[in-house]
Every structure is written in C-alpha cells, then in structure tokens.
Ligand binder design. Structure first.
Ligand SMILES: NC(=O)c1ccc[n+]([C@@H]2O[C@H](COP(=O)([O-])OP(=O)(O)OC[C@H]3O[C@@H](n4cnc5c(N)ncnc54)[C@H](O)[C@@H]3O)[C@@H](O)[C@H]2O)c1
Length: 259
C-alpha cells in the first residue's frame, strides 16, 4: 500500500490500539491516534506521521474530531480501526449493574456505531475504505461473570454484519477481529493471579496468549487490498479457542512446547 494512506485507530494509548498505530505507521500510513487522554497518547508526541486526538469514543464530538483531524491534516481517510473497549460486569442483581451495562455498551457498541457514522462520509469521499472493529471471542460465546461485556461484543459482531451490508455498495468494507486472550493493559491484572492465568492458557489450543501485534496484524489484513472481497466477517485471532466447543480441554503441548 502506498505511503499516502490515512488511518484512524482508537484505543491507541495501550495494548492492541497502540500496536496497531505502530504497525500501520511502520507500513507507511499516516495515523490519527485516539484515546481518552492526551497523557495516554504522549508516547506518539513528536511523530510527524501521527496526530493524537484525546476524547471518549462514546461521544459524538470525539468521533467528529478524529475524522476532522484526518481530513484537515492529510485530506483523506482510508482505514478506521474502532478498537477502544472496556470490560467489567458486576453481578446482574448487584449494585451498579444497570449503570455498568450502559457504560460498557456506550464505549463498546455506541463507540463503534459513532465511528462508522462519522467516518463513512470521508471514506466515501476518499474513494472507499475499510472499517474494522474489535470484537472478542467473548462475543462469540459467553464467559462466567462477564454478561455486559459478552452482550456488547456480540452486538459488535452483528453491527459489523449489518453495516457491511448497508455500506457494501459505497466502497466501504466493515469487518471485525475477535481477539482471544491477549497480553495488554486490559489483561495485565490477570498475571497477578497465576492459577487463573494458567487455567486460561490451558484452554487455548495453542497453549499461549496472543500479542497485541498479532491482533493488529489481522486489522491490517482486513484494511488491506488483500481483503478486497471480505466484508461483514469477524476473524477470530485466538490460538484456536473459539474452535473448541469447550466440552474437553485441548491437548497439552508435548514437553511444554508452545504452538
Ligand atoms: N486483551 C484481551 O485479551 C482482549 C480480548 C478480546 C478483546 N479485546 C478487546 O481489544 C480492544 C483493545 O483492548 P486492549 O486489550 O488493547 O486493552 P487496553 O486496556 O490495553 O487498551 C484499551 C484502550 O482503550 C482506551 N479506551 C477505553 N475506553 C475508551 C473510551 N471511552 N474512549 C477512548 N478510548 C478508550 C483505553 O484508555 C486503553 O488505552 C478492546 O475493545 C477489548 O475489548 C481484548
């Protein structure tokens, strides 16, 4: 892909979003990096090929600003990676459950809808492009104690299908990546719970966690011309976890080898 292509990437302060900014930038894209605070985005200060936009993706104003930044700085938009997301699901009958559902849906679902809504006109004006959302294996099946997150990520998967159909004749492809367990800021706390961490790793057929870079690579593929006939799909990037019904644990690696 040529050097004058422009991408917006949300959740860019950490984890998958940051890895995606680095990957798209390495491969010649100009990038608008979006996250909640300017401080979180300070890692890309001084980079001529990156513009930072601080704001909450659940707000229309942030989505308008990020698209405006792409248009004002580089005059076009080719790829949009709507990756910002939050977890957290108190017990359904517990305190704050209704408020938490609203917050999780606002970031994970409304944020994706607003990202599509605001970027589509500029993608169209740029001759077409690609939108990728970050879903999750937790949107394909469910986890114990994670109902709000599970519901939000399942919504992302079907929002992507519906938007792909609506935008198919506009030259805009809409897809998602569904990460399995991935080493990022979101999962950092799990490293302090070795038993849970080991148990989660055991359930991944490849017997390891993914890296943020591996997730970014799927977003890159979906944004690339190599995916020119791919729209409305969610690609799991999960070491095989979504392939397993879950009745049986996958085989252990012989001699501790990793997949
Ligand atoms: N890490 C995993 O194992 C995993 C698995 C499946 C899906 N995901 C998804 O991957 C995406 C990226 O998460 P990550 O794992 O890199 O976690 P992360 O916490 O490292 O990064 C998420 C980033 O999103 C930002 N963010 C959160 N709410 C925001 C908002 N309202 N507006 C703007 N930015 C906001 C955070 O500040 C943070 O920088 C999320 O959508 C997450 O649900 C992660």
């Amino acid at each position: 892909m040529s050097g004058d292509r422009v991408a917006i990437i949300t959740g860019a302060a950490s984890g998958i979003g940051r890895a995606a900014v680095e990957l798209f930038s390495e491969r010649g894209h100009k990038v608008v990096a979006v996250d909640l605070t300017a401080e979180g985005l300070s890692w890309c200060a001084g980079r001529a090929d990156i513009v930072a936009v601080a704001g909450d993706v659940s707000q229309a104003g942030t989505n308008a600003s990020m698209v405006q930044a792409a248009r004002d700085t580089w005059g076009r938009l080719d790829a949009v990676f709507l990756n910002a997301g939050v977890v957290g699901s108190p017990p359904i009958e517990g305190d704050g459950a209704v408020e938490r559902l609203d917050q999780v849906l606002a970031v994970n679902v409304r944020g994706v809808m607003l990202g599509i809504r605001h970027s589509a006109p500029v993608l169209r004006a740029s001759g077409g492009g690609s939108i990728v959302a970050t879903a999750s294996t937790s949107g394909i099946r469910a986890d114990p104690g994670s109902w709000a997150y599970n519901a939000s990520k399942a919504a992302v998967i079907n929002l992507v299908r519906a938007a792909a159909i609506d935008y198919a004749t506009h030259g805009i492809r809409v897809n998602a990546v569904a990460p399995g367990p991935t080493i990022t800021g979101m999962t950092r706390g799990l490293e302090t719970m070795p038993e849970l961490h080991r148990d989660m790793t055991r359930r991944v057929p490849m017997q390891r966690w993914g890296s943020a870079r591996e997730q970014a690579q799927v977003a890159w593929f979906l944004c690339s011309p190599d995916a020119s006939f791919v729209t409305g799909v969610t690609i799991p990037c999960d070491g095989g976890i979504s392939a397993n019904v879950g009745h049986f644990l996958p085989p252990e690696a012989p001699g501790g080898e990793r997949g």
